[in-house]
Design a protein around this ligand. Structure first.
Ligand code: BGC
Length: 741
């Protein structure tokens, strides 16, 4: 139920505070620490939705006995959060209260709430206090440096500072009663933990009073004078008014849905979860700030402390690349801005180039905790920060994919090429050569159950080879197309033209002998581990590694999440269909899906294999992670939502993206009568529709032409302004032909 715009996120908590409703507003990039030595985490800034209503001097509290009706509604399409509440107080007095809030997508610094109050069956005094509340128990806590109230044309203001990172946060508020026949008294107060405006009046039964509240928020990350910026901005918000701000916000959401929407006919649950996914993905990204990216729980909760993982590149970025490239670009610029930290990480470990932080915040320094407590209260060391080096390949993969899809050479020259070079340099220094073969020893692959110095993790080896190859190709591209800029880059980062040749050599020589004719071994020695049938432990109430214990898990073939299977998806063209089929079946039986990143990838590969029952089972598993409540309290699993988008587009529609163009090969769930979505590709917008699994149409809009085709057949040239169709012959998809009405 959170609202957000990538700049900030506000949890769907109740306005009046309730024991089971943790209010929090998180601002991307506003990290602090609990102590000098601790790792950074997102700070909770003052709660702007704090409102308390009094009727006949009785505080309306959300205690179960007094609730006649309580409905919370999130409008995915418009980004609006509604709450409707009928409260029965003393002497059977019934008050109806409604709230509508949004974090503007049109103006990321603007927060807006409308409060509507109506005494239903009595006449009497009503008062409302609404303001900015400081979280007293939140860690890390803010240092409050200023509080200001009326009379003052700037409204209420709280100024706070993070204790260790020294970021200033300013929130200002102004509220007003919508003119009517009511005359309300107005005042304001500063308390220890809040600063509020009061409105009070004598209400009549059936008489509605509406209060509109505008909040502006700026931090020192936005400029030198956040106080002045917030005050100026607040005046602008007042001038635009509630309806104007609402219109701008709704128009911005409409614009985003135009490319983000996936429509499914015949499966309401799927449609609902895909809307939920797109809503939270759109809310998570900020195209306007290249110094932040999307963290593991976006801005909706405190688990993982707002840290940015490979989730951003491998799971979330694809959604933005093909539906809103400016956000994808900003997320990649974030990695560029953390390059200095990544270079230091690599150097500290004795490697060249850059090694991105496994858990990253503002500077690029690694923020992975050294240890955590497991559910049994035991201290477990966390090795991912030291060993999950595949993060570099993820950054390179996303850099390449963004550039390939957009043709944004400007980005390549500004940042992308440098990301490609520094990640390739890392792998070059990371591999060890034995008899002409390159090994990557002592890593942790995506499967975090095997975290103790794994050698030749198949996924890592393949991803590193792909990184090296693509980095070399980027330099070759620049040599041909932008020689002057390449010369400048060479000078800036001391790049020698012998380096790309060496990258090609290593890529070609990376060890892959864990791949036989029919099966991939997840890492060297994996097949000799204890083979445990995880089905024997179903149903489980705890993750399998907790059930088995760490020691036994490490010594077994139980897999936490898509690892070898992720390689089957990303590097499909490198494997025979037999290897894909057999390996999928093998790992399917051994994977516990202990990470929310896992089910969508299994579902995707299953869909490509035409295993529709498994594909659908995984789709439901992935889509219910947050929809069923489970452990969403710590925040939305936004990578799982990005995975869901990929499962539909790359799995059910079977889209494959190549340098030369796009191919697809739909495998539709039987229930789905129609699937529709758009993809942005270079200067074009492709509208794809699959009808009853029998025909697929692609309408091409924009400028120019593109190469598109059915997977497994040669690509075909398609021109903008036209529509093409391919029919299912009963056995396969036929070539595209121009659409005739
Ligand atoms: C997964 C990682 C993921 C992290 C954050 C872990 O449980 O194993 O792959 O990056 O969660 O979502």
């Amino acid at each position: 139920m959170s609202v957000g715009n990538g700049y900030l996120g506000t949890r769907g908590s109740l306005e009046g505070q309730a024991p089971a409703s943790d209010a929090a507003t998180l601002v991307a990039g506003v990290y602090d620490r609990i102590s000098e030595e601790s790792i950074e985490e997102l700070a909770v800034v003052p709660d702007w939705v704090y409102t308390q209503v009094y009727a006949f001097e009785e505080k309306l509290a959300t205690a179960p006995v007094s609730i006649l009706r309580q409905v919370r509604t999130l409008d995915f399409k418009k980004g609006l959060f509604f709450r409707e509440w009928r409260h029965r107080g003393r002497n059977n007095r019934v008050t109806s209260v409604r709230f509508l809030r949004f974090a503007s997508l049109a103006d990321p610094h603007a927060l807006v709430e409308r409060i509507t109050i109506m005494p239903e069956n009595y006449r009497g005094s009503i008062s409302v206090e609404t303001g900015l509340r400081i979280c007293r128990d939140c860690m890390p806590g803010l240092e409050i440096t200023g509080k200001l109230v009326h009379p003052n044309r700037n409204g209420l203001t709280v100024e706070a500072r993070t204790r260790f990172t020294g970021i200033t946060i300013v929130e200002t508020q102004k509220s007003r009663v919508v003119p009517g026949f009511i005359s309300a008294e107005h005042g304001s107060r500063v308390n220890d933990f809040d600063i509020v405006e009061d409105w009070s009046w004598i209400g009549d039964a059936g008489q509605i009073v509406t209060i509109e509240k505008f909040i502006s928020i700026f931090t020192s990350r936005d400029g030198n004078n956040p106080l002045q910026a917030a005050h100026r901005h607040l005046r602008r918000l007042e001038g635009r008014g509630f309806n104007g701000l609402l219109r701008d916000h709704v128009a911005a959401w409409e614009e985003r849905w135009r490319t983000a929407a996936i429509t499914v006919a015949g499966d309401e649950e799927a449609q609902h979860s895909l809307n939920f996914a797109a809503y939270h993905l759109i809310s998570a990204g900020n195209p306007g700030d290249g110094r932040v990216s999307v963290s593991a729980r976006s801005l909706t909760g405190s688990i993982y402390k707002g840290h940015i993982f490979w989730d951003a590149e491998m799971y979330i970025l694809p959604f933005f690349i093909y539906t809103h490239p400016p956000t994808a670009r900003a997320m990649l610029m974030y990695r560029y801005h953390t390059l200095a930290g990544a270079r230091r990480n690599a150097a500290a470990k004795g490697y060249r180039g850059a090694l991105f932080a496994w858990e990253s915040t503002g500077s690029g320094a690694d923020m992975t905790p050294a240890a955590v407590l497991d559910p049994k209260g035991e201290i477990v060391p966390v090795l991912s920060g030291k060993l999950e080096h595949h993060i570099d390949a993820a950054v390179a993969y996303a850099t390449w994919s963004y550039w390939n899809a957009t043709g944004d050479d400007g980005f390549l020259l500004q940042a992308g090429a440098e990301l490609m070079v520094e990640t390739a340099r890392f792998w070059e220094s990371r591999v060890t050569q034995k008899g002409g073969v390159y090994h990557i020893d002592g890593v942790e692959g995506p499967d975090e159950y095997h975290d103790e110095d794994v050698n030749d993790n198949f996924y890592t080896n393949c991803a590193a080879a792909c990184n090296l190859r693509r980095s070399a190709r980027v330099i070759e591209y620049l040599k041909e197309n932008h020689p002057i800029e390449l010369a400048r880059l060479q000078e800036r980062i001391d790049l020698h033209m012998s380096e790309p040749d060496q990258w090609h050599r290593i890529a070609a020589g990376i060890y892959r002998d864990m791949e036989t004719d029919s099966l991939i071994e997840q890492f060297a020695g994996y097949f000799s581990l204890e083979d445990i049938d995880i089905r024997e432990f179903e149903p489980r109430s705890a993750p399998i590694d907790v059930v088995l214990g760490h020691k036994r898990t490490v010594a077994s073939q139980v897999v936490k999440q898509a690892d070898a299977v992720l390689a089957l998806y990303l590097l499909e063209e490198e494997f025979t269909p037999e290897v894909i089929r057999q390996s999928f079946a093998y790992y399917d039986r051994r994977t516990a899906h202990g990470s929310s990143l896992s089910p969508s990838i299994y579902g995707l590969v299953a869909a490509r294999l035409g295993l529709m029952e498994a594909a659908m089972r995984y789709f439901r598993l992935a889509s219910r992670i947050d929809m069923t409540g489970g452990n969403a309290a710590g925040g939305i699993h936004v990578a799982a939502l990005g995975g869901l988008w990929q499962q539909v587009i790359m799995g059910f529609a079977g889209v494959r993206i190549k340098r030369e163009g796009i191919s697809l090969f739909p495998h539709m769930p039987e229930k789905w009568q129609r699937l529709g979505f758009s993809l942005l590709w270079r200067k074009l917008r492709l509208e794809v529709e699959v009808e009853n699994g029998r025909h697929v149409t692609v309408a091409v809009a924009g400028k120019g032409e593109c190469s598109l085709g059915i997977h497994g057949r040669p690509l075909q040239a398609m021109a903008a302004g036209r529509k093409y169709v391919s029919l299912w012959s009963g056995e396969t998809w036929e070539e595209f032909t121009p659409w005739q009405k």
